[in-house]
Design a protein around this ligand. Sequence first.
Ligand code: UDP
Ligand code: MG
Length: 192
Amino acid sequence: MKLITISVPAYNEEAMIQSLYQRVVEVMDKVSVNYQFELLFINDGSKDGTLAEIENLRENDERVSVVDLSRNYGKEIAMAAGFDYAKGDALVTMDADLQHPPEVILKMLELWELGYEDVYAKRNHREGERFLKKATSKCYYKILQKLSRIPVLPDAGDFRLLDRRAIDALRNLRETQRYTKGLYNWIGFKKN
Ligand code: UDP
Ligand code: MG
């Protein structure tokens, strides 16, 4: 049985924790014959009841765990903590606010089984974002591509599955000013 770590950085997400948990459980129940999961929250110095919500889940479900950061370090560092504490054969990193639909994890697992070590979700449409945000985002990636020798995939967010080998490669990169979307490409594993 393979273990999948689902790693979720959370900053002031008290309203989302319970529904995220439910959605993740629903999805992972469908593949429970082949996979166990751990739901690893990284509480990034939340000032609301996020930690209490997580602790509440943890009392009833030992698949839930939490790394409680001492203050707000930002999402990139919170994600790095997830890479450090993940026990899984693969890790899925996703946002707490359900902008990353957990159902997509099933497709990611299929691609992982085909041998891909870095499976990323691409946004079909930037839902709910205004024209200006879309345009600036497009521009940002264009400029970034010109400035950087490492390609960064546009619209490929941080909703991703990483094989254990890719996690370990990322763990060797101890940058504190992290840009994880660049690091994914720098470590160079087989992508889909
Ligand atoms: N997040 C975090 N630390 C922060 C800010 C955000 O861990 O300082 C988490 C947040 O809880 C969410 C994810 O990072 O799970 C993405 O944050 P957000 O939804 O604010 O970003 P966006 O949707 O604009 O990418
Ligand atoms: Mg969001």
